[in-house]
Design a protein around this ligand. Structure first.
Ligand code: GLC
Ligand code: GLC
Length: 645
């Protein structure tokens, strides 16, 4: 079949219907309509190409394509003028997210500022740090009680009343934009809460909505699927299905039982979710974090993760965005094997992606004091398509999963399973000599798997150092925190700071007293922002001040050198097992970076590392000339040298 021909045919058939329907609007707003129809014409073939493999077998698929036309047209017509202007602005600088000026931050509204109203007062603080990208954790309507920190959404259009209203959110988005900050929200598209109206209707047997989810009368099909599935939250329920007594049925619930997986094999779900997505775009969201995308498509006999159809789905959503809200970009959240992470990253899928491999391996290197797995894995997996970018982070609201590749590890004679056991022991503070204080997350006694919860500072040793050790250990912990932040700020990509980390927030064990939280150890690092401690950020005699000021130095360094934005990253083996090294290159600048992952002084021989070291070498921070022979790096030192090529 000639898919391009079919696309054209479908388009030609639908176009007159679209024109009839929007005739009056077109007459009154010829220019606005023209923009839309040009983009529709441009991106439709691509949209069709991606929808066809998903829905080509569905007998009434063209009905849904027509629906989708109207959803996109309505959204464009409703798109506020200031956002239409934003579309223009971003179209003229499409790779804006690759600039060295961008700096991301993420927080929970309630933990950071009580509510949306309170957030307005915190904007100056974000500006002080230089934040230009703000991810607010899910803030929509959720079931009372447990709701997975907001990831069980009951309506994509209503704000959780404890946090504020949709109008306040729209105002906040505007205010942020005025201050040069892009608002980022989650698009939780794999599941809704069981209190979403679609789920409620499905639950009472409405056949239309029943087909929005995966609902079965007995264990026959669930058993067949489960034979191949991984358990994601085994502490909450075993398997991927939950039994609901009131309806005597089994429902697919990959995460918690109150999060019902959507059925994307039904085109009605795609169209409906496209509508919800454009609603989010039209309230002023500039980047959507596509939550848990690896799980979107299911197929019997597979593990239902990262199936090829997911790519088509994301590409189709991306076409919808290009047509109806051009400024909107996607960030991929796929915390999976590195070969799978990369599958979602490109201009026509997610322009941005979390970099879970770097995140996990900087913690791995801190534990082992060795950088071989980090260096080897980055050499193999850091490169991504030119128009996309990594979002580099050290901590987020989730656990740390040790998602390095077993094959990479084996190439270094490391056994992946054993190494994960070691890392889990280490970060729970159980391994002899460990500096870390973390908690296990989702321990699975059958497979032996577990992940780690804990705040950056507690995992980096600050909690133990303050409570049971001396000033020397406190200083080392501070240095570890600075080191890993310095890396995410300069390695290539957008740095994302988990707010609170910049002042060394420790674990808060009080979640154990809350029956709604005590089953989920991630709450240990989802703590209320401590505004009493934050004035100390200005005083470098305090721990908060030491961390904050060091971070500001690195931020300043990033923002004053273009080479830390979009440019190449090359990794080098330093011949010193403790020292990680990368070089950033653009047409004008070359900077080589050394990171000492040990608490001892380390020697490196500059000349033997990079062939670029012919001319003068200058310390980027002090501007002093460097002897190209041997260089000493102090404990946890991060050094930046400018090369003259
Ligand atoms: C994502 C979120 C995580 C949540 C899960 C289910 O992985 O980051 O917090 O539990 O999706 O929505
Ligand atoms: C699983 C998922 C990931 C999610 C995490 C939450 O690892 O793959 O998407 O963030 O669970 O714990």
């Amino acid at each position: 079949m000639d898919i391009q021909y079919e696309a054209q045919l479908t388009f030609n058939r639908l176009k007159p219907r679209l024109q009839d329907r929007y005739y009056a609007f077109k007459e009154q707003n010829p220019e606005v309509w023209k923009q839309f129809s040009e983009r529709l014409e441009k991106y439709f073939p691509k949209l069709f190409e991606n929808l066809f493999p998903l829905y080509g077998q569905v007998y009434d698929a063209t009905f849904y394509i027509e629906e989708l036309f109207y959803v996109m047209a309505d959204a464009w017509i409703d798109r506020p003028d200031d956002l239409k202007l934003l579309d223009k602005k971003k179209e003229s600088d499409p790779l804006w997210y690759q600039s060295n000026q961008v700096l991301g931050a993420v927080c929970y509204v309630d933990l950071f500022s009580e509510n949306l109203k309170g957030f307005f007062n915190k904007i100056p603080y974000l500006l002080e740090m230089g934040v230009t990208y703000l991810h607010l954790m899910p803030l929509f309507k959720v079931p009372k009680g447990e709701n997975d920190g907001g990831y069980a959404i009951s309506s994509y259009r209503e704000v959780n009343p404890d946090l504020g209203t949709i109008d306040e959110l729209i105002c906040l988005a505007k205010e942020l934009r005025k201050n040069g900050i892009s608002l980022v929200l989650d698009f939780v598209l794999n599941h809704t809460s069981f209190e979403h109206e679609w789920a409620k209707k499905a639950r009472v047997g409405d056949p239309y909505y029943n087909n929005f989810y995966w609902i079965y009368p007995d264990r026959k099909i669930p058993d067949a699927y489960e034979a191949h599935l991984r358990e994601i939250f085994p502490e909450e329920h075993s398997g991927a299905f939950t039994y609901f007594e009131d309806i005597d049925k089994w429902v697919w619930t990959t995460f918690h039982s109150y999060q019902w997986d959507l059925n994307y094999q039904n085109p009605a779900v795609f169209v409906q979710m496209a509508k919800e997505m454009l609603f989010l775009a039209n309230i002023g969201v500039e980047i959507l974090r596509l939550d848990a995308i690896a799980f979107l498509w299911k197929k019997l006999g597979t593990n239902c993760e990262t199936l090829p159809e997911v790519k088509f789905l994301i590409q189709a959503f991306n076409c919808v965005a290009r047509i109806a809200s051009p400024a909107l970009l996607f960030k991929s959240e796929a915390i999976v094997h590195p070969d799978d992470v990369i599958k979602y990253v490109s201009q026509d899928k997610c322009q941005l992606s979390y970099n879970p491999l770097l995140m996990a391996l900087i913690w791995e290197s801190l534990a082992t004091r060795e950088v071989k797995l980090l260096n080897h894995s980055m050499t193999k997996h850091f490169a991504i398509p030119a128009e996309s970018t990594w979002v580099n982070y050290v901590r987020c609201h989730d656990d740390i999963g040790w998602t390095f590749s077993d094959e990479d590890a084996a190439e270094l004679w490391i056994n992946g399973f054993d190494h994960r056991q070691f890392l889990n022991e280490f970060y729970q503070g159980k391994f002899p000599g460990s500096f870390a204080r973390g908690l296990p997350f989702q321990e699975n006694p059958i497979t032996g798997d577990a992940r780690i919860s804990g705040s950056c500072a507690s995992l980096a040793g600050l909690e133990k150092a303050i409570n049971v050790e001396t000033k020397v250990e406190v200083d080392l912990a501070v240095k570890r925190i600075a080191l890993i932040h310095g890396i995410i700020l300069t390695i290539g990509g957008m740095p994302l700071i988990y707010l609170g980390d910049e002042i060394g927030t420790l674990n808060d064990y009080d979640f154990r007293l809350d029956p709604l939280k005590n089953k989920d150890s991630r709450w240990v690092h989802r703590t209320k922002y401590n505004w009493d401690r934050y004035p100390r950020r200005k005083n470098t005699k305090t721990i908060e001040g030491k961390i904050y000021q060091k971070l500001l130095e690195f931020i300043e360094l990033r923002k004053s050198h273009k080479v830390f934005g979009n440019s190449d990253t090359i990794f080098f083996d330093t011949n010193n097992p403790h020292v990680f090294c990368y070089q950033r290159n653009n047409e004008n600048e070359a900077v080589i970076v050394f990171a000492n992952f040990s608490e001892k002084i380390q020697k490196i021989f500059l000349k033997s590392i990079s062939s670029d070291v012919n001319g003068e070498v200058v310390d980027l921070v002090t501007n002093q000339k460097i002897d190209k022979g041997s260089i000493d790096l102090s404990p946890y030192d991060l050094k930046f040298f400018k090369l003259t090529r």
